[in-house]
Design a protein. Structure first.
Length: 284
């Protein structure tokens, strides 16, 4: 018996996938109609979260944030089956994941934080990535169950909260990547370059393929053999901003990057590789 708390787009499709595999699933959502809608797929919906977890060996959560997870689990506590395992897929802080691991152990329950890089379609298909860390015996015990829910389980070792940190790192990259795309489209708009031409460029020249090498370059600590000097990168950045201003568009992140470049140029790094702007972040 499984309970699923939080049946938004991601949670609902996790539930549908479990039901297709023959798993009995009890569901709850703050908006009761979203949980009730899953009864047509075979789930059993409850208005009270404590009732939803009764008899469940495993309780999954896909909620909003730390505060919501704490609130919902506090209300569910009285209905939890002794020894139940709580698997939390919510994107939370690392500190919150660590605290809940310890707190629920004191209450006699097992809590594992297992955030995901999965969209609703991934949840339905059992594809994507699920992140775990902490008690390796527990993870080994649960790995067959978790593997059925996702394409790949990424185990980041014994450190509690590390999976939460890795999820935040990934989401930060997605946020900055998307903001960079938005700025690219803003420059294209200013220069009257159509989307088809942008697609043609990136279908042939894919800068994403250089991600691993660029990460090593930024973090490597050697910036005195430049492939692109910071002064030149800053010159081009100024061209971006001037073209956008002339075309009547604005940038989301480029002005902040220009300011960071200026800071490093002022410190005497203008002739270094432009990745020197990541030096402080890479230094431990």
């Amino acid at each position: 018996m499984v309970a699923f708390l939080g049946t938004g787009l991601l949670g609902a499709n996790f539930v549908k996938a479990l039901l297709k595999k023959g798993t009995q699933v009890q569901v709850w959502n703050r908006t009761a109609s979203k949980a009730a809608a899953l009864e047509t797929d075979g789930a059993k919906a409850f208005a009270d979260v404590a009732d939803a977890v009764k008899g469940a060996d495993i309780v999954h959560l896909t909620l909003k944030d730390d505060a919501t997870v704490d609130e919902v689990l506090a209300k569910a506590h009285q209905g939890l089956k002794p020894g139940a395992i709580i698997i939390d897929h919510t994107t939370t802080s690392a500190a919150g994941a660590i605290r809940r691991t310890h707190d629920w152990k004191e209450h006699g329950f097992t809590y594992l934080h297992a955030p995901v890089f999965m969209g609703p379609q991934n949840a339905l298909e059992g594809t994507g990535y699920m992140l775990v860390s902490g008690d390796q015996r527990l993870i080994n015990q649960l790995e067959p169950t978790l593997s059925q829910m996702t394409g790949k389980v990424l185990n980041f070792g014994t450190e509690e909260g590390k999976a939460a940190g890795m999820k935040l790192l990934g989401n930060l990259f997605l946020v900055t990547f998307t903001a960079g795309i938005a700025d690219t489209l803003s420059l294209a708009k200013a220069l009257d370059i159509p989307l088809d031409d942008i697609n043609t460029l990136f279908e042939s020249w894919n800068p994403g393929m250089a991600l691993a090498a660029r990460l090593q370059r930024v973090a490597g600590g050697k910036y005195d053999q430049p492939s692109w000097e910071l002064n030149m990168a800053r010159k081009d950045t100024q061209l971006f901003m001037e073209a956008a201003a002339e075309g009547g568009t604005t940038f989301a992140v480029i002005p902040a990057i220009a300011a960071e470049m200026d800071k490093w140029i002022a410190k005497g790094h203008g002739n270094d590789d432009w990745t020197v702007i990541g030096k402080d972040a890479a230094t431990r």
